[in-house]
Design a protein around this ligand. Structure first.
Ligand SMILES: [Zn+2]
Length: 254
């Protein structure tokens, strides 16, 4: 069984049906993160037709500004979601520093809920890697997933010490990236992701479909010098360990 630990299923338009077909055909348990309330509602709706999809709720740092004054409207969704994400901070792609306090406020609110209900988080850390690490510590976030890490290599050990998992995604397929962090991340802390459908567009100028995960798996097997089938099994074990208590994680949705 395969796991895609970070995808935006609600972003598919014309290709949605084909994406759902691929997910079912390749049996890819898919953590479908949301960036705001409408995205979550749409994802939740899509998940009704595909038992492999786990919809998760979070407010992305790019969307945080719209929620700073209405945080309590998020409560029901934060209570309902098995994992809080996509949440986090972004001090790289968001250039306007005036927006940072709002990002922090919305992120802290979600962290406080994660702590209260012992929920894992699916985290965006761009350009704010020390700040997100600090927040994980302060709110004692359990088994956070660090999505598409692109920060200082020196901080990775500290993240691992907090029990974090790291996703390995399309970067390993990028010929312009010579060394991926996948080379030295411990196998037992790795999950795969596609960040579909747009994650692949950054390098390939085409939308990512769920079977992109197979390519990432094969490339990681090459990097870790192990048979694909063995790697798949190890990653599935990681997921089960991560997902204890999360619906659909420990069993085969069939
Ligand atoms: Zn994402």
């Amino acid at each position: 069984m395969l796991v895609d630990a970070h995808a935006h299923i609600d972003w598919y338009t014309d290709a949605l049906n084909e994406a759902l077909d691929q997910i079912a055909r390749h049996r890819i348990v898919t953590m479908a993160v949301a960036m705001d309330v409408p995205a979550y509602l749409k994802t939740r709706q899509i998940a009704k037709s595909c038992s492999y999809i786990i919809p998760t709720f979070g407010i992305h740092p790019w969307e945080a500004g719209r929620y700073t004054d209405t945080l309590h409207e998020l409560d029901d969704y934060l209570r309902e979601t098995p994992v809080i994400g996509e949440a986090g901070l972004d001090f790289r792609y968001v250039k306007d520093k005036g927006l940072y306090p709002g990002q922090v406020k919305v992120f802290e609110y979600q962290c406080a809920w994660a702590q209260r209900l012992s929920k894992p988080m699916n985290l965006h850390t761009r350009g704010a890697e020390p700040e997100v690490l600090e927040m994980i510590r302060r709110y004692r976030i359990v088994t956070p997933i660090i999505h598409w890490y692109g920060g200082p290599v020196e901080l990775i050990e500290a993240y691992l010490a907090e029990g974090c998992y790291f996703t390995v995604g399309v970067d390993v397929l990028n010929p312009r990236i010579e060394h991926s962090i996948a080379e030295f991340l411990p196998l037992e802390r790795i999950l795969l992701e596609t960040d579909n459908p747009d994650g692949y567009r950054w390098q390939a100028k085409e939308i990512g479909m769920p079977d992109l995960l197979l390519k990432i798996l094969e490339k990681l097997a090459e990097i870790k010098r192990m048979p694909v089938i063995e790697l798949e099994e190890r990653l599935w074990q990681n997921w089960q360990k991560f997902g204890r208590g999360i619906e659909l994680c420990s069993s085969d949705p069939g």
